[in-house]
Design a protein around this ligand. Structure first.
Ligand SMILES: NC(=O)c1ccc[n+]([C@@H]2O[C@H](COP(=O)([O-])OP(=O)(O)OC[C@H]3O[C@@H](n4cnc5c(N)ncnc54)[C@H](O)[C@@H]3O)[C@@H](O)[C@H]2O)c1
Length: 276
């Protein structure tokens, strides 16, 4: 049961594909916390995914939009404000796709047309979303914009491939646009750096299951689930975090501050034993 921390708030949620999607759980949580929202995804994913089920469940209108297309975005935000009855209080960017990852290209042998597409979909789309919201003056005072990211932006995770650079760019857009949104419109912009999570995008990464287990063992609290991410995100959309902006916030059970966890080593932890 929710605590109504988003009562009276209006938002737009990008990126719910099926019930495993992190955005799906976030939409459910926002609804539970009293918010109203519109849901959006690409026309193709609306055909193959399950978003209409979520729309029915939450009584939320679905508005198709490709986040790399400015006309689609303008239409989405204009229609959302009409549907919801005013300016927006929160927007979630939960979008990622890399053809090089999908097609199993090695990092030392990437196709640049695909890399362009990856950056456009996974990172530049965040700037596009914010630029569109800015030009339409669609965000309320003290509203909140959040995008999902991953720690490969800061550290090397070889199989994450070009998505690492994509996330670095995404996080930088949050800081740079966060400055303008903060100082001119009292709007905050943050990224949540989430644990590995079993979703369509996540499981597309080579060796994902092994890595998921590794991260789970490495993190003192274990991997953060999509449901936990949803609660954290709802808090970031709420008035309890009015002064938090331009931050990359780790939501990872402690993984990001670990150096070594003995639990992960299949070897003696006693130094004397190791020297034998
Ligand atoms: N799953 C993980 O391990 C993990 C960890 C950290 C961060 N993330 C991030 O979380 C976000 C959501 O991913 P997810 O794991 O829930 O997977 P997902 O596959 O459920 O979601 C990705 C979404 O991006 C949408 N999308 C792709 N191209 C688009 C476009 N052009 N326009 C609009 N939408 C488009 C897809 O339709 C899909 O709904 C991504 O940014 C991902 O990088 C995921």
């Amino acid at each position: 049961m929710g605590n109504n921390i988003l009562a009276g708030k209006r938002g737009v949620i990008f990126g719910a594909l099926d019930s495993n999607s992190i955005a799906w759980k976030i939409a459910e949580k926002c609804h539970e916390e009293g918010a109203v929202m519109t849901l959006t995804n690409t026309p193709v994913s609306l055909r193959f995914g399950k978003l209409s089920e979520l729309g029915e469940q939450l009584g939320a209108k679905i508005i198709p939009a490709d986040a790399t297309n400015m006309e689609d975005l303008e239409k989405l935000f204009t229609e959302s404000m009409e549907e919801l009855g005013g300016k927006l209080d929160f927007v979630l960017h939960s979008i990622g796709m890399s053809l090089n990852v999908r097609k199993g290209r090695h990092y030392t042998d990437l196709k640049y047309e695909w890399m362009h597409k990856t950056f456009d979909i996974s990172a530049m789309s965040f700037h596009r979303v914010m630029q569109s919201l800015w030009k339409l003056d669609a965000m309320n005072d003290w509203s909140s914009i959040v995008a999902l990211t991953y720690i490969a932006a800061q550290r090397t995770f070889p199989d994450y491939n070009e998505m690492a650079e994509s996330k670095a760019l995404l996080e930088s857009f949050a800081r740079s646009f966060g400055y303008f949104f903060g100082s001119e419109k009292n709007v905050r912009v943050n990224t949540i750096s989430q644990s590995p999570t079993m979703t369509t995008a996540g499981s597309g990464i080579k060796g994902f299951e092994e890595f998921f287990n590794y991260a789970h063992k490495m993190s003192p609290l274990g991997n953060a689930s999509a449901e936990d991410c949803a609660s954290y995100c709802a808090m970031l959309f709420s008035d309890y975090t009015r002064m938090v902006t331009m931050q990359n916030l780790y939501h990872d059970g402690g993984f990001s501050n670990m150096g070594m966890n003995p639990a992960i080593l299949d070897m003696p932890t006693n130094v004397n034993e190791m020297q034998k």
